[in-house]
Every structure is written in structure tokens, then in C-alpha cells.
Design a protein around this ligand. Sequence first.
Ligand SMILES: C[S@@+](CC[C@H](N)C(=O)[O-])C[C@H]1O[C@@H](n2cnc3c(N)ncnc32)[C@H](O)[C@@H]1O
Length: 348
Amino acid sequence: MMFASTHIPVLLKETIEALAVQPGGRYIDCTLGGGGHAAAIIEHSSPAGPLLGIDADPEAIKISQARLQTCSNSTFLINENFVNLQAICIKYDFLPVHVILFDLGLSSLQLNSKRGFSFQHEAPLDMRVSPNQEVTAADIVNTYSESELAQLIKKYSEESHSRMIAHRIVQERPLKTSLQLARLIEQTIGRRGKIHPATRTFQALRIAVNQELEHLEAALKQAINLLGFEGRLVVISYHSLEDRIVKQLTQQESKDCICPPGTPTCICGHTACLRLINKKVITPSLAEVQLNPRSRSAKLRAAEHISTQAQDEKYETIEKLCFSVGVETGGWRNPTLLKKLRLAFSAA
Ligand SMILES: C[S@@+](CC[C@H](N)C(=O)[O-])C[C@H]1O[C@@H](n2cnc3c(N)ncnc32)[C@H](O)[C@@H]1O
């Protein structure tokens, strides 16, 4: 319960506005966390359209179940990784979708937990969002070669002292806890400015353990595919590597031609399927940052789906498939049909 009262949803008003939440509709919160954004979506969509909430962390599902129990009739909470978004939507008959939200990163509960995400609390070096994942931060720190570690830290955090840190880790390992690693980094590169010297390395390890960037890119592509006409996609990111993926993909999908600059005539045949809602990224106000310092790095981007021939054809294919086996949408749970639908989606 502590989590629900301590995790403050970031950019809440801006998110609800960008999602254009209205009564009815089908909503997906891909990063349920403490259910803060989900609760607001349900409130604004009253009488509620169904909400599908996803989180890879079973603890987040438990907390959201308690928080959203009054609307349990129209709320489906699923302990899954959002990288499986498309398969989840098909499995739960949740198509087409009107709104998809990603509020990336970690919740306050996770940061304060004994799972090694924070360099401020003593905990085993774990950093897995889901206990079902195999690789922990300790596995990486204690088994990667020095050059692999240096590359990983550089790639996922743009830390300029990555080589020094990797060298010291290899000298001092095995490392077991978050504070052991944090102190080692502080001794290696010293303290400068306000940011703790271990911030970047912890970010890099967390991204690697949870394959955050790969999963984000794959899930965003699926989300764009799943949105119905005028459906909205909103993504809140917390570091530049995430934001770059969101920015590049949404900008690319809002253009009719993505040929390299200088190409005399279009050869890509690409057509825009998104309209950017905010040309400039939305960031929290000073008042929000003062109230909730964890919001300071948040960036919100939003886009609206515009119909494309490819999408119309995809839904026609689905309708035909449903019709061919004589079922309404409920029949999508039929295993044979599901298999066909998955094929149709992967081909679309
Ligand atoms: C910042 S919190 C979301 C907070 C939420 N919006 C709220 O208002 O309470 C991010 C959540 O995303 C979840 N998450 C991160 N990566 C995920 C993934 N690949 N699949 C599913 N959930 C993920 C985390 O477990 C965490 O609970």
C-alpha cells in the first residue's frame, strides 16, 4: 500500500489531455506501476471503457489490483512484459485500441525496494523488473570482461569514465551489493556536481538487465500498429536514450517519405500513419518538479493515429478471418483463429 501513496504519477494532467480520454473507448496502460495514471484514465473515461493494464513486475499488479478494485469489472490487469503487447491484445480481444500509454522507467516502490536499483540503499545487485528474468546486475558485473563492461556502461549511459569504472570493477569483484558498487564508483571517479557519480552506471546496468531499449522499440512499433483511427499514443520517458527512440520512431511514422535527404524521387513508398500532437516535447512545470523531484527528467511525446491503407487492409483481414470461422470478436480466443490472426499481424 505504501507504494500507491508514495508514487506520484508524473505529468498527470498533461497525459490525460494528450490521451484525449473520453467516455467509452479501449485503453491500455503498458506500465501500470502503482495505477496512478490508470486510475485517472478510468475516472475520465467514466462510464468506463475497458482498461487493460500491463506490468512486468508482479508487485505492481498486486498494488494496482487493490487500488483499482472498485472498477474491476472493466479493468484487466496482466503481469506481462509490454514487448508482448500485440499478442496480449489478440489474446484478450482488445482491438482496435483507442489509447496506449507508456510511462517508462521505475516506480518509487521499485527504487525504494531491496532489489538493487538504487545506489542509496543497501541491497543485492539484482535490478530485474520481473523475477522471471534470468540475468541479474550481479551476473553482468561479475562475469563480463573489462571491455564488455566498459562498452555496456558507455552505450547505455554515455558515462565518460566507463573504462576506469570497468577496470576497477574487474579488480574488485566479486561485487554483491548496490552500496559496494556505488562506493567503488565514487572512489574511482570522485564526486562532481549534484549528481551522484554512480547514477549513470546504475542506469546502464538496469537498461542492460531489462533489455529496456530493445523492448521499448519493439513495443512502440506494435502499439502504432494496434491503434485504431484517431487512437492516441503517449510516451513519458526519463532519459535521452529512451526519448531518442520515441522521437525518431514517431517522427518517422509521421512522414510520407523517409528516403535519405537528396533522393531525387521517392523510392521508399512510405506513408505517414501518425500525426504528432505536440511538436515540442512536454516537460514538467517547476511546481511539479518541486513537488515530485523524480519528475525532473520526464519528457512526454504524443501522437495520433491516422488511417492508412495498410491498416484498413489489416483490419479487413482480421474481420474476414473472424467471419470465415463464423465468430464475433469473442471467438478470437479460438486457438486456431488466434494462430491465423498472429500470422496476419506479423505479415501486415
Ligand atoms: C514509472 S512506473 C509507472 C507508474 C504509473 N504510471 C503510475 O502512475 O503509478 C513504470 C512501470 O513500468 C513497469 N515496466 C518497466 N518495463 C516494463 C516492461 N518492459 N513491460 C511491462 N512493464 C514494465 C515497471 O515495472 C514499473 O512498474
